[in-house]
Design a protein around this ligand. Structure first.
Ligand code: HGY
Ligand code: MN
Ligand code: MN
Length: 412
């Protein structure tokens, strides 16, 4: 094994310690904790001999120069921001594995032909501004002026948030990267599901990444006394919202035995005034539909919104829906998949080809260059929770596979 498993593990533990103590493990994008993490990462990039920069989209980049900087470069990375009370591996494992690979090339005097960028993408998780994959959308030119104006509950726009972490919002009206600047991009990530662990496999070679549609749904009824207001004249926003949540669940279950991968979730729901003896006057909730087919996703979202509209009309509630974000389904490049498979064989790692039900920055990068992903197993398939876990060995096998895959892609 070329990579230094101990160094990689120590870095994972160090970054994991930078968390909101009240709700481990939390390091939200745009927070002071995230900035502390960025500062630490910058020092680690420098220690690995990388040239450090922050691009206009707020992505932190460590570059290992190759023999010919004129060639399209290679890239690897993920994100170091977390969901609230998330884990220590989601995203973080990918950034630190890429850093470990670059550090090992440097230690062992391996000179790639191409420059190799280690990237910590800004705000891969849905941020307080409501938008996810902020940094990778900047690279592909998918940050609209409307998105840059999204506000956070703490005040301030996304554009101001990007500027505060060293980005340049004024430069985001066009893609930061052109096609052909990257020869290939590979992201290592925990599977966030149970398959690899169940089948005792070390590596997942990802074939495609689901598309994700997020909608804000708003229901506006009327607050009334819960004891004296007859059922027949109530305008209960939460009843209308609840029927819509149930419809999302039914819609997704209807696709269980079909080839398309479909999941639907309402994970965020705010009720007003949220008092036990008041008929709810308002509900704001986020509907998320993930699917391997963009057209199927669109029809499911439309049908769920139809139920919301009909239930609201029946209950005298006003209904509105707005698209928050849409990330199309992405196919991983066959050549990159083949390089990852060859790296598994080279390192003797057991593997399987599999799709990703989670969204990743690699899906954005696949619009710019051949992109692929390396999954490593995680304990009980759990993620987006403090119990998220992978072993030092699982992480090291993943990093070694990345080490070999990048070298193979470099010679292409
Ligand atoms: O939500 C996702 O799929 C990713 O973990 N951000
Ligand atoms: Mn995540
Ligand atoms: Mn992630």
């Amino acid at each position: 094994m070329n990579v230094n498993a101990e160094r990689l593990w120590r870095r994972l533990e160090a970054l994991g310690a930078l968390t909101d103590p009240g709700s481990p493990y939390t390091r939200r994008s745009f927070s002071s904790l995230h900035r502390q993490g960025r500062q630490w990462l910058r020092e680690q990039f420098l220690a690995a001999g990388l040239a450090v920069s922050v691009d206009a989209g707020g992505n932190l980049i460590g570059r290992l120069p190759g023999e010919d900087s004129g060639l399209p470069r290679l890239g690897s990375g993920s994100h170091t921001d977390t969901v609230p009370s998330g884990g220590r591996f989601d995203g973080i494992a990918g950034v630190l594995a890429a850093l470990e690979v670059a550090h090992t090339y440097q230690d062992q005097g391996v000179r790639l032909r191409r420059d190799f960028d280690v990237i910590d993408f800004l705000a891969e998780e849905p941020s307080e501004y409501g938008l996810s994959r902020v940094g990778s959308r900047a690279l592909t030119g998918d940050l609209s002026a409307a998105m840059l104006a999204y506000e956070s509950p703490a005040g301030g726009t996304l554009a101001e948030g990007i500027a505060a972490v060293g980005g340049d919002p004024a430069a985001l009206d066009r893609p930061l990267l052109g096609n052909g600047e990257f020869a290939a991009f590979v992201e290592l990530h925990i599977e966030q599901g149970p398959v690899l662990e169940k089948e005792s496999l070390s590596i997942g070679v990802v074939t495609d990444i689901v598309g994700i549609t997020r909608m804000d749904l708003a229901f506006s009824g009327q607050a009334d006394h819960s004891g004296t207001t007859p059922m027949t004249i109530r305008r209960d926003a939460l009843v209308a919202a609840s029927r819509t949540v149930a419809a999302a669940d039914e819609q997704a279950r209807a696709w269980l035995d079909r080839p398309e991968y479909v999941v639907a979730t309402v994970g965020k729901l705010d009720v007003k005034p949220n008092a036990s003896n008041v008929v709810p006057s308002g509900v704001d909730m986020t509907l998320e539909v993930r699917c391997s087919s963009d057209s199927v996703a669109q029809s499911i979202v439309e049908q769920i919104c139809e139920v919301g509209k009909a239930a609201s009309e029946q209950l005298g509630v006003a209904f509105s829906s707005a698209l928050v974000s849409f990330s199309p389904a992405a196919a991983c490049d066959a050549g990159v998949q083949q390089a990852i498979e060859a790296a598994c064989r080279q390192g003797g790692a057991s593997y399987k080809f599999m799709a990703s039900g989670a969204g990743h920055d690699a899906a954005c990068m696949s619009k710019l260059c051949p992109a692929g992903m390396i999954f490593i197993p995680c304990l009980d398939g759990r993620s987006h929770c403090a119990e998220e876990w992978a072993t030092k060995e699982q992480l090291a096998v993943g990093a070694q596979t990345l080490y070999d895959a990048i070298r193979l892609l470099d010679r292409r």
